[in-house]
Design a protein around this ligand. Sequence first.
Ligand code: THU
Length: 129
Amino acid sequence: MATTELIELAIETSKKAYVPYSHFPVAAVLVTKDGSTYTGVNIENASYSLTNCGERTAIFKAVSEGQREFSELIVYGQTEKPISPCGACRQVMAEFFEHDLKVTLVAKDRSTVEMTVGELLPYSFTDLN
Ligand code: THU
């Protein structure tokens, strides 16, 4: 799927976000090297800190289905500028993605910024050595 189609999928997916507290839907679309796509939305909780971001939902869905090889991530939020992923999600990206994996960040007007995981989280902690 082309990145433009993945962006439309992310926007459509964001309707499934569970956001009764923030009313701020976020969606992610994660593409695997074998061409599968995994979507994720933010899922909030009355105990606010238990909220799971859209990015981590997509990554955890894919990893729990046995996927380990990823090629691209799209993140959509209803922001003025392309959404900036939180620190926790950047750390989870660094765990599973190669540092040059392309992350496309999308704003509510569909404007985009492309970054790599390495740019989002330089000098990341990825192992115990
Ligand atoms: N959120 C995400 O899902 N991803 C991000 O990158 C930033 C924040 C969610 C968490 C919470 O449900 C809402 O956006 C407001 O912080």
